[in-house]
Design a protein around this ligand. Structure first.
Ligand code: DGJ
Length: 603
């Protein structure tokens, strides 16, 4: 991982003396930035849970966290509340569960701090105060090794559920004013996330007065770390990085916690297990960097806006990946093309720059691609012979439902466009709906599309300029109703993934393999493994998604990513993305769910 923290050279004792009067914290001088560990929503309970919410197993996962964190040089470790799930009418049993948690948590060798959540309160406030060793549930602390940093612990419940009392708000106002005066950078810890963008499902009931205090104290607060929404999340607002940690209770088979490094110019979140990693600059003109894929979440682009490139395909060209996809608008109207094909660029696949609309729909009612046509699954190739970028997409003419079943072609001189619409037609005179493109090692390109009213897939070779069908095609997966085709090539074999045909609703994915693109193709069954905890959907419905392409990762051997869309036909713009590594096994491959992962899995 790239490290950009200030690392001075090794110093001698004499130099140490000379530098003794300067303001640098000693850990910076020793070459380590201040850092702490953080864990959210342990929510242990000696009781039965569900598939994803595993109360009892949380204790052994906490043991794993403690073991890993004890190997890190850390200035402190903090837990963000809801240590226990608790029992509404049995404070004694709640307190017993709390004791179990503390017996593990207290094995941490670094100084320990606590945030109080809503579930913890079932143990009784006084019990909690005593067991956690707290005078107050809101307080502030500094640690000698993190000079220049102030840590503020808040109680998100002291007025009522998710509401801070006026007294606490006054205290926060005063604390932040002092920090601002002394030039300290402040990290706030609270059980509750403050803003919806950082926690889609659950955040503070009354965030406005807290946000007003933060805004008035700007720029001293740089981060707000919370738990509560077990799915986690991240958003940036007015100089503050809002990080919502994933809940340890929802990490069966894995774990979830983070190390937070406090650099001079950035906060480095290193996630473990389900928790993603992020690089968060402290100056406002730099963009936060994601270091992990975070499946099924909002995926902000360089402007902080959820990427709008559905049914997409990726082109790699001269060191840059280009992601083309359907630009959707909000509501059901977004299922028709109101804008066109959006394009984004990236060098690392996790951080994407908005490059605008590559192909715009037309205002001319006579155009095939007039506004409110259906324009789906755009894919782009670069033609080395003509030097042109060629886009193919599934086109349905405006007002004709899905009956036109055409392919559309557009062309551009630059990868980001603008693309000019060329023509639309039914290739080989039969229908063409869901589609993808593929270029083989010899530069020959192929078009795969659901044909014959979606019953049978066609694979057709394209002309040398990639602009028209080349004439030769085959019919595959006859009467199998395959949609959403995606293909890749590895070690001379062609691997395919597609779906069944159930509109916007998910169904089971299907895999196939062939030694020649012309077949014979052998079906291999469903390659998906695992469950998406956000919707509880497993392989029988492809984690709630549908395939759109298989992306070869450049510079890594055998590294392919399968891309899926989780459609939201009622609010099309809110469709989500699932990117998962492909693992080749025997003659086939598997695609296993991961909340969070990064490209190091291919190393
Ligand atoms: C499933 C397809 O794969 C999508 O691209 C889209 O055409 C929807 N059906 C429409 O129902």
């Amino acid at each position: 991982m790239r490290r950009r923290f200030f690392r001075p050279p090794l110093i001698t004792a004499g130099m140490f003396f000379l530098l003794g009067c300067c303001m640098w914290p000693w850990q910076v001088l020793l070459g380590r930035e201040p850092a702490f560990g953080v864990i959210a929503d342990i929510q242990y309970g000696d009781k039965q849970g569900s598939v994803s919410r595993d109360y009892r197993g949380s204790l052994s996962r906490l043991e794993q966290c403690v073991e890993v964190l004890n190997k890190q040089p850390l200035d402190f470790v903090i837990q963000l509340g809801d240590t226990i799930d608790g029992y509404a009418t049995n404070a004694v049993a709640s307190a017993a569960d709390l004791d179990s948690v503390l017996s593990v948590f207290n094995r941490l060798t670094a100084p320990k701090y606590h945030v109080v959540g809503n579930h913890c309160q079932t143990a009784g406030k006084e019990n909690l105060r005593q067991r956690l060793g707290l005078q107050s549930f809101y307080y502030t602390f500094t640690v000698p090794a993190s000079e220049g940093w102030r840590f503020v612990v808040l109680d998100g419940n002291d007025a009522e559920y998710g509401v801070m009392s006026d007294g606490q708000l006054d205290w926060l106002r005063t604390t932040l004013a002092q920090a601002r005066q002394t030039g300290e950078k402040v990290v706030c810890f609270c059980h509750f996330p403050l803003i919806k963008a950082a926690a889609e499902n659950n955040h503070m009931s009354k965030p406005e007065p807290v946000l007003a205090v933060l805004d008035a104290a700007a720029p001293c607060v740089v981060a707000w770390l919370a738990g509560h929404d077990h799915a986690g999340g991240y958003a940036y607002r007015k100089g503050v990085h809002h990080i919502t940690l994933q809940g340890l209770v929802e990490a069966p088979g894995s774990t979830s916690f983070a190390r937070i490094g406090l650099g001079a110019d950035r906060i480095q979140e290193t996630g473990f297990g389900n928790e993603p990693s992020r690089e968060l600059p402290l100056c406002t003109n730099e963009i936060p960097r994601r270091l992990s894929f975070e499946n099924g979440r909002l995926w902000p682009d360089n402007r902080g806006v959820h990427i709008n490139a559905h049914g997409g395909g990726i082109l790699w060209r001269e060191g840059v990946y280009y992601w083309y996809g359907e630009h959707k608008i909000g509501g059901k109207a977004g299922n028709e093309a109101q804008v066109g094909v959006h394009v984004y660029s990236s060098r690392d696949l996790t951080n994407w720059k908005d490059e605008g609309i590559a192909l715009a729909v037309s205002d001319d009612p006579a155009s095939d691609i007039t506004k409110a046509c259906v324009l789906e699954r755009p894919k782009v190739l670069f033609n080395a012979k003509t030097g042109k970028y060629v886009m193919w997409f599934h086109l349905e003419l405006k007002g004709q439902g899905y009956s036109a079943a055409r392919s559309g072609v557009a062309v551009a001189d630059q990868p980001t466009g603008p693309f000019t619409f060329v023509s639309s037609f039914r290739p080989d005179s039969s229908m063409a709906r869901d589609q993808t493109l593929f270029v083989d090692d010899d530069g020959k390109a192929y078009h795969l599309y659901a044909s014959e009213d979606n019953k049978t897939l066609h694979i057709a070779q394209l002309s040398d300029d990639y602009l028209t069908p080349g004439g030769k095609f085959i019919r595959v997966f006859e009467d199998r109703l395959m949609e959403a085709p995606a293909i890749c090539k590895r070690d001379g074999k062609y691997y395919f993934i597609g779906s069944g045909c159930t509109g916007w609703a998910p169904n089971a994915a299907r895999a196939a393999v062939a030694s020649s693109i012309w077949g014979p193709w052998k079906e291999l069954g469903n390659p998906c493994v695992g469950v998406n905890p956000a919707n509880g959907i497993g392989p029988d419905k492809t984690f709630g998604g549908q395939s759109t392409c298989i992306l070869p990762v450049q510079g890594k051997r055998d590294a392919f990513i399968a891309l899926f869309d989780i459609w939201n036909p009622d609010n099309a713009i809110d469709g989500r993305y699932v990117w998962l590594p492909v693992r080749f096994t025997g003659e086939g491959f598997t695609v296993t769910w991961a909340n969070t992962w990064d490209l190091s899995v291919f190393d």
